[in-house]
Design a protein around this ligand. Structure first.
Ligand SMILES: [Mg+2]
Length: 190
């Protein structure tokens, strides 16, 4: 059985690096745990909107952001447990294709048991999931998680920036520990 994993905010924690770049560029201190919107453009940091938007585009297109980013808490033992429970793990990410090299290198450096990595546009992950025949996905983007619920068991991993988003069809996971518990069970009784 295949499980499709989102990368940013699920495996890879870009928060500290992005916060560092915001501080460098705009002189504004902002901790990721206080971010309450999935779309960082909507953060109210008191910086000019157009400059902030251009800065975010530049930041998220920079391979160096991803090379140095840390793992999200709990990822390594959780992925190992899922693999041991019989899941085959694939990446499904909205990172643009030019980041494929940096993404693959980061996975390898951390020794994550993730096979193929599929790059696709925001809002189109469900098409990839359907094509691959994945049984489950784990996301941090509430909109994408709802779309994925059309084609598989769709799980939304709780993050400070997605807690207020209404989720109807996807189901929430509190943590990676919670993910292991629920997905191992799914596998057991499938
Ligand atoms: Mg994500």
């Amino acid at each position: 059985m295949l499980c499709g994993l989102d990368i940013d905010g699920v495996l890879c924690d870009l928060g500290p690096s992005v916060a560092g770049r915001i501080a460098d560029r705009f002189g504004v201190s902002s901790h990721p745990s206080t971010w309450r919107s999935y779309d960082l453009r909507l953060l109210r940091l008191g910086v000019p909107e157009d400059r902030f938007s251009a800065f975010l585009d530049e930041t998220f297109n920079d391979p160096d952001l991803y090379r140095t980013a840390p793992l999200c808490a709990g990822v390594v033992p959780a992925l190992q447990a899922l693999a041991n429970a019989g899941w085959s793990l694939v990446g499904i990410t909205a990172r643009p294709a030019h980041l494929a090299g940096a993404t693959r290198a980061w996975m390898a450096r951390h020794g994550l048991p993730v096979g193929e990595i599929h790059h696709t546009a925001v809002g189109t992950k469900s098409a990839v999931a359907r094509r691959l025949g994945v049984a489950a996905t784990i996301e941090d983007n509430p909109t994408e998680a709802e779309l994925l619920a059309d084609v598989c068991e769709s799980w939304l991993l709780d993050r400070p920036y997605n807690l207020s988003a209404p989720v109807v069809r996807a189901r929430r996971l509190e943590s990676w520990d919670d993910a292991v518990g629920r997905l191992s069970q799914l596998r057991l009784f499938a």
